[in-house]
Design a protein around this ligand. Structure first.
Ligand SMILES: Cc1cc2nc3c(=O)[nH]c(=O)nc-3n(C[C@H](O)[C@H](O)[C@H](O)COP(=O)(O)OP(=O)(O)OC[C@H]3O[C@@H](n4cnc5c(N)ncnc54)[C@H](O)[C@@H]3O)c2cc1C
Length: 352
């Protein structure tokens, strides 16, 4: 079976690798380089901390487990960083309510005292931590998407880079071939749309109207600095995690609005919690575009009207890619995964 996967982000790589494992002949096509889309500018926190409704929460929890399993099985899983996540908040009652609700859902979470939090994150200024009520989520992780993508695409997958998909040849209710900007034409028994923020355009090539409400978001990368940040940390007004070779990745909802002032404030806030960050400078500021389907939920699996056209599009794609990628690949290969994917079908938009 010849499958063309459009997009070489975390989704395209995960779907492509799962298809190859299933015996398909896979070509992953990207308009740029693998990982050059959203997957190259993401916070890449593997979690299910704020996901609604329940079916989406459970899907993200399954995504977390899939990462843990895959990293344990891979010979050198240098992209996966466990260690959990910690959070404390200015509004203690709101955090308690959120964590209690997560625990009631069966999500792994405990409370730390200041001393326990400092064992995990000794770089934090103790005076900036509450005496207790610091939430710890031991099963959470963060990953290096580029390394995961490289690993997934390294075996049994043909990658075509720097060549955009510009059209599809169809006959009846089937796609027969994929046309590339270079003039190449790839025969296809199935096509998977993993185009992230560009998914609506690629859907339109098959006559499908996919509503998307993408959101640009800003990430701040510091210069390398000798500060022990070892996991995903959510402090009031600043989220951070390690970013390789001593760099720290910073985000806040304020910085998404853009502007140098917001970047400066984010650095000040981060420094107020981790004084050692004072020695760092802003190395780069990058904008990533969150691919968000119209109702916020993933769009996954086969499509009724175009029988060999398949979607793998969502926000939280870093968390979901391995779990969802496996299910999507199963459907491409002829299995039915309705028990897992029913809530995420494309057809729900047609019913509106
Ligand atoms: C700031 C930010 C923070 C985030 N934080 C998290 C987080 O903490 N945890 C989490 O799980 N998720 C997070 N996300 C979301 C997550 O990063 C995305 O859901 C995920 O990266 C999407 O991957 P993708 O493979 O679908 O898309 P992409 O990585 O964008 O890949 C799509 C690829 O398709 C290619 N393409 C597009 N059109 C065509 C075409 N016509 N022909 C050929 N190729 C084409 C593009 O070049 C691109 O490489 C965040 C996103 C942002 C922006």
């Amino acid at each position: 079976m010849r499958v063309v996967v459009v997009g070489a982000g975390v989704y395209g790589a995960a779907v492509g690798a799962a298809l190859a494992r299933g015996g398909a002949t896979v070509t992953v096509v990207d308009a740029g380089a693998p990982g050059s889309g959203t997957s190259g500018a993401t916070f890449s926190w593997v979690n299910s901390r704020n996901k609604q409704p329940q079916v989406y929460h459970e899907f993200n929890v399954a995504g977390m487990a899939a990462h843990q399993r895959f990293a344990a099985e891979a010979p050198l899983s240098d992209w996966y960083h466990g260690g959990g996540g910690i959070e404390w908040a200015a509004d203690d009652a709101a955090l308690r309510g959120k964590v209690d609700a997560l625990i009631a859902r069966g999500y792994e979470a405990t409370w730390l005292t200041r001393a326990e939090a400092l064992e995990l994150e000794p770089g934090i200024d103790p005076e900036r931590l509450p005496a207790d009520g610091i939430a710890y989520f031991p099963d959470e992780a963060w990953i290096e998407p580029m390394r995961l993508i490289a690993h997934l695409l390294s075996r049994d997958v043909d990658v075509v880079a720097d060549d955009a998909v510009v059209g599809l040849d169809t006959s009846g209710d089937m796609v027969r071939a994929v046309r590339l900007e270079s003039g190449r034409r790839l025969d296809a028994d199935a096509v998977v749309n993993c185009a992230g923020p560009q998914a609506a355009k690629v859907a339109a090539m098959a006559g499908l109207a996919l509503p998307m409400r993408n959101l640009p978001c800003v990430l701040v990368y510091t210069s390398p600095v000798a500060v022990p940040v070892s996991r995903v940390v959510h402090a009031p007004n600043v989220h951070l995690r390690p970013e390789g070779d001593g760099r720290i990745l910073l985000h806040s909802s304020e910085v998404d609005q853009g502007g140098q002032e917001a970047v400066d404030k984010l650095m000040r806030d981060a420094t107020s919690f981790y004084p050692g960050i004072r020695a760092a400078t802003v190395e780069s500021v990058r904008t990533g575009e969150r691919p968000i389907p119209g109702d916020g939920l993933p769009v996954l699996g086969r499509v009724a009207d175009v029988r060999n056209y398949v979607f793998a599009v969502s926000h939280s794609g870093v968390t979901l890619c391995l779990h969802a990628g496996e299910l999507v690949a199963d459907e491409v290969l002829g299995e039915d995964r309705d028990e897992a994917l029913a809530a995420f079908r494309f057809e729900r938009f047609e019913e509106l």
